[in-house]
Ligand binder design. Sequence first.
Ligand SMILES: Cc1cc2nc3c(=O)[nH]c(=O)nc-3n(C[C@H](O)[C@H](O)[C@H](O)COP(=O)(O)OP(=O)(O)OC[C@H]3O[C@@H](n4cnc5c(N)ncnc54)[C@H](O)[C@@H]3O)c2cc1C
Length: 422
Amino acid sequence: MEIGHFGGNLIVIKRTNIKFVHKKDSNFYLLFIVVFTAHSVETIKTPSTKEGDNNLIDDKNRNDDGTSISDNVFDVAIIGGGYAGLSAALLLGRYLRPTIIFDVAKHRTSRIHGYLGFEKSPIGDVVQKAWKDVLQYRSVTRVEERVERVDKDHDSNLFLITTTTKKDDGLTKDYAIKRKAKAKYLIIATGVTHVQPTIKNFDEYLGNGVWHCPHCDGFETTDKKLVIVASGNKDNQALKYAKIFLGWTKDVTLFFQRPKDGDDDNSTMATGGGDHQLTDGQKNEAMTLGINVIESDGISEIVSDSGANKMKGVLTESNRFYEADVLFYHIEQIIQNEIAIQLGCELDEGYVRVDKMQQTTIPNVYAAGDLDTDRHYAILASASGALAAISIYEDLLKQAIKITKDEGTGGKKEEEEGGKNN
Ligand SMILES: Cc1cc2nc3c(=O)[nH]c(=O)nc-3n(C[C@H](O)[C@H](O)[C@H](O)COP(=O)(O)OP(=O)(O)OC[C@H]3O[C@@H](n4cnc5c(N)ncnc54)[C@H](O)[C@@H]3O)c2cc1C
């Protein structure tokens, strides 16, 4: 139950705790309970200073006395600080737009390929440099918190973003802290996550002999013995995936990682699920292309060549050994689309549907990066984040120009300049 604002903060009292008020000295106990159960939902403030003051967009957001019409409202909130989100933030910083970017900062340790200017750079270094680039612009605020939900306030036409983090003071470990931010536009850039198979020594080789993205790391299979772990063959996906590697190597063995005992065949568990059988036509195709298919024996362990410190092969559940230099996996990905779903954005096979400027089916909500496409590359994610930022800037500018023209014509609206309908 929200009971009001105090010093810019929203005070919240948990309704359930109030029932413990003692009858005899209820004032004392009520006060006691309020002190211990009330917590403030802090509103994240816009930066007090930023570059640039003499521009049309900020002008139209100011009262006559110079104060902001919409106090502590960011122009843009970006959820996700990967390639898409950071790329959008970089442009928005350069457009002088008050922007808040949320990220829970879990980044990989492997090296990046196919990203012009950064070939083979450690991903951590690239991301760190990107944050540095972005945060040199004072209009951008970084918040290292998970966005729990986003609501649209239809009266103000603003997005209300709620974050949650665990308080880590050693005393109240499980106590979640919530913060709120308000924004006019939203860019969702939360990406996808990849389910990994349960194979002994898998983590040891991840990024160094074990990969999942053929277009990023397929080069590593050049003339090598490749084993592939796929979780099922729905829509012929496993075979399609295996075929991508034929441009690098003809030595391909495709395994189907079978569900563990007790796993439901339709489950989305780490060991996969669903149909792992190939049709006769698919088996013939695989045979013609020289792809060795093992349908009934999953990989249980990666075996090391300890002397050479590299992969020697794989051991299967039935204890058979297959020589292998490289392992690729194609299990399942989880599209991080919860926030888009909360806002009612339309999806396309789980991906958020966007137009050519990255706008979703909900006005002022954009999506960028892996979240809206099955083409998962850093450079494409960056490009889509940039497109979203350009589109928002153009929209804000268009509105400011329209207001200026309307004011110039004494309130007579210029129909042809009509802003976006939202
Ligand atoms: C192992 C691996 C290797 C790869 N190698 C390459 C390569 O060599 N070259 C290449 O071009 N591509 C590569 N890719 C693909 C590339 O990493 C992606 O295409 C790219 O990262 C997509 O960027 P994104 O911004 O859409 O998502 P991401 O980079 O995944 O960023 C999403 C961010 O959002 C954050 N987030 C999610 N939910 C929330 C929330 N609720 N609140 C706050 N933050 C949230 C996440 O923590 C994450 O930081 C690789 C991918 C993987 C998994």
